[in-house]
Design a protein. Structure first.
Length: 709
């Protein structure tokens, strides 16, 4: 009997396929089985609150209020995004830039249009014209121009028709499933994004500062808030949302980054890994639980992920084609990333170094490698330069408050004690940086997610290593190098072990995960036939589905089934009651922001010139009186002066112009000061409260005092 070469190879292929399949099986079992055991039997009742998202009146008495808010938010965001895409498309037409497909085109056009509107807002702010009416006119112009062109029948058919033919509709059942998953997760996030904003950073400054900008018509610097000098390009874009559709529209502008970043991930997968399913890559990105949470709030991490994904796509295209279009698009998106968060400085270093290495590897000519890399870096730095100059002028530090130990800063804004406090906050995440701990970091990040402030679920750990089933080369190798370098910097003492800081690398990780999943599917088909491949895809679909909010309870454990902490930055359900009208919006805000009702009273009752010292936070968007946080360097010595130093504390209060105190009675507990008591501080001890203040407001959580002078 003659044995063919293929038959001789089959046992080896089957052994390899079994070994490869054991890894994702082991990861999934280790991740999910303890969670199932935790909620098994009599303990399943403990999981029920995480499964039930609706806790309002099922007769929906506030349906009209909810509908009006949702329509205003969705309508405003839709107009803004349509105008941004039209403006971006016009920029691309003027530059003569062409794209390979609709997903690629829309992602780039939206990013360029958003950036153009943001910098128009910055220009208006320098002249005092950053006002709601002016922004509405600016948004209307591209829409008006497009309407006139359509009415005159002057559509660019030579561009639009080929683009329509190049839409990559799902051609297989599996791809249709992944496309449906992207749409499903986007709709889940939309339901969360339609609720009133309650997340800390969004309320603190991402929406609060654009509101102040709109009121003043210009940029506002609040020295007591260290975030005041951050790059605020996307905050300026959120201001358009506030002007057109209110805070709900602003939140939806960040929600839109979920489908846009998924489209960028799709385009990156088609370019880097043509044998992988781009729809699976998009689904793997959109289904990451922390990404899903990000899409429900006005944070900036998804915006940064969008820009970074486009930078990677453009750089790969530039290395392959040499077309300057791609270098320009890479520089534009890298500049917008830098103007969004200081974290993008890591991407700047990696992008410039990576481009130089890739070009040198291709041409073996140092000059031809360095020139584009230097041009990329210099061009990218143009966009964030106004923000760096603003911070430099105010503090002597272009990236204030980062690199405080290098540049220093004015003590009225930042000092060594404040810097140490921020570092203590960062140190709460992750594990000590030992050699063994760093090697185990991917496992710990997945299995002990509560230590990292969010979760990526088990799929990335299960799938990314499978790319090693075939030799890495070309763009795939470059993508692996980028992810490895970014993760190394994230894991270094320069950064913090927060999962949110890994979000910019998630599109690249999703592409690698899709490639790994495809390689295992191909191996299983060759080794065992089509049924094995189908079974693997079915299991993969199940694992993607388990990232949805109804199954968050399965993620709430470590690898031994022990409780290690609450999993933050993850959805435990959807705020369906307030979105559908089962709960009034004010009640929802009061339930989730402890000081909300106190500020509503203060906004209506305190004099316009009142200045409030606040033992609280995460409520800025809903306060309309001048405020001073107790952690500000100028207020800290008075706010936390020890008992017995009342005279010095009140002299400081008078110097600061403080007229009132707002005290969240659980402030110490919620700010890591549970071992201290109110009677330890001069301003809050019972005898001081009785003698030095008048109580003007009190509820079950907060008290507002008027300072007697």
């Amino acid at each position: 009997m003659t044995v063919t070469p293929a038959a001789a190879r089959r046992p080896r292929l089957r052994a390899l396929a079994i070994a490869a399949a054991l890894w994702p099986a082991a990861v999934a079992a280790t991740y999910y089985v303890p969670g199932l055991a935790r909620c098994a039997g009599v303990r399943v009742g403990a999981c029920q609150p995480w499964l039930d998202s609706f806790d309002g009146d099922r007769s929906l008495p506030f349906f009209g209020e909810a509908l009006r808010a949702s329509l205003a938010a969705a309508g405003g965001a839709a107009l803004l995004l349509a105008s941004a895409v039209l403006l971006g498309a016009a920029i691309c037409r003027l530059a003569g830039w062409r794209f390979a497909g609709r997903a690629e085109a829309v992602a780039y056009q939206a990013a360029l249009g958003i950036g153009a509107f943001a910098y128009l807002g910055l220009a208006l702010a320098t002249r005092g014209f950053y006002r709601p009416g002016v922004l509405r006119v600016a948004v209307a112009l591209p829409l008006l121009f497009a309407a006139v062109r359509a009415a005159r029948g002057r559509r660019a058919r030579d561009r639009a028709r080929p683009l329509r033919r190049r839409i990559a509709w799902p051609s297989s059942g599996a791809d249709r499933l992944w496309a449906a998953a992207v749409g499903g997760f986007a709709l889940v996030a939309l339901a969360g994004a339609l609720a009133p904003e309650i997340q800390y950073d969004a309320v603190w400054f991402h929406l609060h500062f654009p509101r102040l900008f709109l009121e003043a018509g210009r940029l506002v610097d609040l020295p007591a808030e260290y975030v005041s000098l951050y790059p605020m390009t996307w905050e300026l874009w959120f201001g358009y949302g506030l002007a057109v559709g209110g805070s709900g529209a602003a939140v939806l502008l960040h929600w839109a980054c979920l489908p846009l970043a998924a489209a960028a991930t799709f385009a990156l997968a088609r370019l880097v890994a043509p044998r992988a399913s781009p729809w699976l890559a998009a689904a793997l990105f959109a289904s990451v639980p922390t990404v899903l949470w990000e899409a429900t709030t006005a944070y900036l991490d998804l915006a940064l992920a969008l820009h970074v994904a486009l930078v990677l796509h453009a750089l790969v295209a530039y290395v392959r084609t040499g077309r300057r279009q791609w270098l320009a698009l890479a520089a534009a998106n890298l500049g917008l990333a830098l103007a969004t968060k200081h974290l993008a400085l890591v991407v700047l270093a990696l992008a410039c170094a990576g481009l130089a290495i890739a070009l040198w590897w291709r041409d073996r000519r140092v000059g031809r490698a360095l020139a584009p890399a230097v041009a990329l870096g210099l061009a990218a730095l143009v966009l964030p330069l106004p923000w760096y100059l603003r911070a430099w002028t105010a503090t002597g530090n272009p990236v204030f408050p980062e690199l405080y130990r290098l540049f220093g800063g004015p003590t009225a804004r930042w000092d060594a004690q404040t810097d140490a406090g921020l570092r203590r906050f960062f140190a709460r995440f992750g594990y000590p940086r030992t050699a063994a701990g760093q090697l185990a970091l991917p496992w710990r990040l997945t299995m002990h997610a509560s230590r990292f402030g969010g979760t990526a679920g088990p799929l990335l750990l299960a799938l990314v290593p499978l790319v090693a089933l075939r030799r890495l080369r070309g763009a795939t190798l470059a993508l692996v190098a980028f992810v490895a370098a970014y993760a190394a910097i994230w894991a270094s003492p320069l950064a913090s072990f927060q999962l949110r800081w890994l979000v910019p690398a998630l599109p690249a990780l999703a592409v690698l995960a899709a490639l790994g999943a495809g390689r295992l599917a191909a191996l299983l088909r060759v080794a065992f036939g089509g049924a094995a491949r189908t079974a693997w895809l079915a299991l993969l679909a199940l694992l993607v589905a388990l990232n949805a909010p109804p199954f968050t309870w399965l993620h709430m454990r470590d690898h031994r089934g022990e409780w290690t902490g609450w999993l933050t930055h993850t959805l435990y359900g959807l705020p369906l009651a307030v979105v559908t009208g089962g709960e009034p919006r004010d009640a929802y805000l009061a339930r989730n922001i402890p000081t909300y009702r106190a500020w509503q009273w203060a906004n209506d009752s305190l004099p316009p010139d009142a200045r409030v010292l606040v033992y609280g936070g995460g409520d800025h968007l809903y306060s309309a009186r001048d405020r001073l946080t107790v952690f500000a360097p100028t207020a800290r010595d008075a706010a936390f002066a020890p008992a017995g130093e009342e005279d010095a504390a009140f002299r400081r209060l008078r110097a600061l112009g403080v007229t009132h105190l707002l005290v969240d009675e659980r402030f110490l507990e919620t700010n890591g000061m549970a071992d201290q008591r109110w009677d330890e501080f001069a301003l809050t001890r019972p005898s001081t409260r009785a003698a030095a203040y008048d109580v003007v407001y009190r509820d079950g959580r907060c008290t507002i005092y008027r300072v007697k002078h």
